[in-house]
Design a protein around this ligand. Structure first.
Ligand SMILES: NC(=O)c1ccc[n+]([C@@H]2O[C@H](COP(=O)([O-])OP(=O)(O)OC[C@H]3O[C@@H](n4cnc5c(N)ncnc54)[C@H](O)[C@@H]3O)[C@@H](O)[C@H]2O)c1
Length: 441
């Protein structure tokens, strides 16, 4: 492959992080960010902060911290703002979310209480289980887009911001398929002015960001940027885009375990996954429209990892079921069960049971941090449009139209690290390793 010299602009000045939706994931992210900045915790779970990257041959033993060799924005330079349909400041919202303990929140109360959401672009048709008072009025989507744009300009001016990234941490909207209004920039802009019902609030946020060349990340499973109009707009304005649906919890486990079973040519008859979830996300997902967005995102994972068309004897007959049960007593402390019916040599059947008592937002918060830093890096490296190398973080990775998404977590990690090596001008690592032996001399 011809290597082009890539010039990465230095991460000078402040990085503004714009967040639609300031619930459990956002407040956990913000609380962690500030606690890390104050030296209260290491950045557990964050590849950008704790991960090392091997450079060069294995016998060179060069394994620096990623952040020491990749020009990422520094945490003290991050300034955050966002929107929500509830006016609570982020301290109140964090208490409501119940992910972190008072002992963890109180030392950073001043910081969290100082972040007050701006009024949201919201419409109950797209998130049927929620309603809140803190919303923008305006006759059309276009009017609301202009108001969002004003919010962004004001935030940047008030805080002396140099660059921005927008990351969706709002609720999951109802399932939609791309339609005529999503096919071109012109159709989409007409749709904004005509208040087209196939445009959802998340798309208005995304359009506003991408129009200004601001990277946009979709953390939910809904359609949002997954359409020709916004992909075309991103190519035009230079905005990196990535999505969708943060890979945490059960799907994270699935993308670790399924590649292992497949690597050893073990067959699977069935994979039944069920969850208890008691937070607001769980409540939203109790609506069949929002659940459908999530279900599609969760189900696609196994098919692409297992490739039943290539391995019909092992995977053609798999029963894959996913359930999410809204069970309020659990709050954010999710409980997931997986029952995997597998078979091996001479068809003998075996079972694997996984009981994951996870905290979704604890898994999602470092993903938000890494995505923000990498999306900003992509913008400074001149990489517009879809960032497939960030699929490591998503349940339904966005890819070029010509390729299927890669779901195997370990291939995704290799892809991510090789992309980083590529853009900083280091050798790619194939893991061939034959250079340490003299088989063919
Ligand atoms: N927690 C995880 O591990 C995880 C994993 C993958 C995806 N996600 C997705 O991330 C999103 C956030 O999850 P959460 O647990 O923080 O949910 P949450 O319900 O705690 O927070 C979502 C917030 O978004 C707000 N909101 C809804 N529509 C909005 C709009 N149009 N504009 C501004 N704010 C809006 C809600 O009022 C709420 O405060 C969800 O879509 C969820 O599916 C979360």
């Amino acid at each position: 492959m011809d290597r082009k010299k890539i010039v990465i602009a230095e991460p000078k000045g402040k990085l503004g992080v714009l967040i639609p939706g300031m619930g459990a994931v956002t407040t956990t992210f913000l609380a962690g960010l500030e606690s890390i900045r104050r030296g209260l915790y290491p950045a557990y779970g964050s590849l950008t902060q704790m991960g090392h990257i091997r450079l060069g041959r294995r016998d060179e033993n060069r394994q620096p911290l990623m952040k020491d060799v990749i020009p990422l924005a520094a945490l003290p330079d991050i300034v955050c703002a966002g929107w929500d349909i509830f006016p609570d400041n982020c301290y109140e919202a964090a208490k409501h979310a119940g992910v972190l303990t008072p002992e963890q929140l109180d030392p950073i109360k001043d910081f969290l209480a100082g972040i007050q959401p701006m009024k949201a672009v919201f419409d109950r048709r797209y998130v049927r289980k929620l309603d809140g008072p803190h919303v923008k009025s305006g006759a059309t989507w276009w009017d609301k887009h202009l108001q969002l744009d004003e919010d962004i300009q004001k935030f940047a001016a008030d805080n002396g911001i140099d660059r921005m990234v927008m990351i969706w941490c709002g609720s999951t909207e109802v399932y939609m398929e791309p339609s005529a209004v999503h096919q071109s920039i012109e159709a989409f802009e007409r749709g904004l002015k005509d208040n087209d019902e196939h445009i959802a609030p998340s798309m208005v946020y995304a359009y506003t960001a991408i129009k200004r060349g601001i990277p946009y990340i979709n953390g939910s499973p809904h359609l949002c940027t997954d359409m020709p109009a916004l992909i075309e707009l991103a190519a035009k304005t230079g905005a990196p885009i990535a999505g969708k649906d943060y890979k945490t919890g059960q799907t994270l486990m699935k993308t670790m375990i399924a590649p292992g079973l497949k690597a050893r040519m073990l067959g699977i008859d069935g994979w039944f996954s069920t969850n208890l979830l008691g937070n607001r996300d769980g409540e939203v997902l109790a609506d069949p429209g929002s659940f459908k967005s999530k279900e599609v995102s969760k189900l696609s994972v196994l098919d692409t990892i297992l490739q039943p068309d290539l391995y019909p004897d092992l995977y053609a007959k798999i029963h894959h079921m996913v359930r999410i049960n809204y069970y309020p007593p659990r709050g954010d402390d999710k409980e997931g069960w997986d029952n995997i019916d597998i078979f091996g040599w001479m068809g003998r059947k075996m079972q694997i049971k996984i009981n994951f008592l996870c905290r979704d937002s604890i898994l999602a918060a470092p993903v938000v941090l890494d995505l923000v830093l990498f999306a900003d890096l992509a913008a400074r490296a001149g990489m517009p449009g879809i960032q497939e190398w960030l699929s490591f973080y998503f349940k339904s990775p966005m890819t070029a139209e010509s390729v299927y998404p890669e779901h195997d977590l370990f291939i995704q990690l290799t892809k991510l690290k090789n992309t980083l090596r590529y853009i900083i001008g280091e050798e790619l690592i194939t893991h061939l390793g034959i250079e340490y032996y003299n088989y063919f001399d």
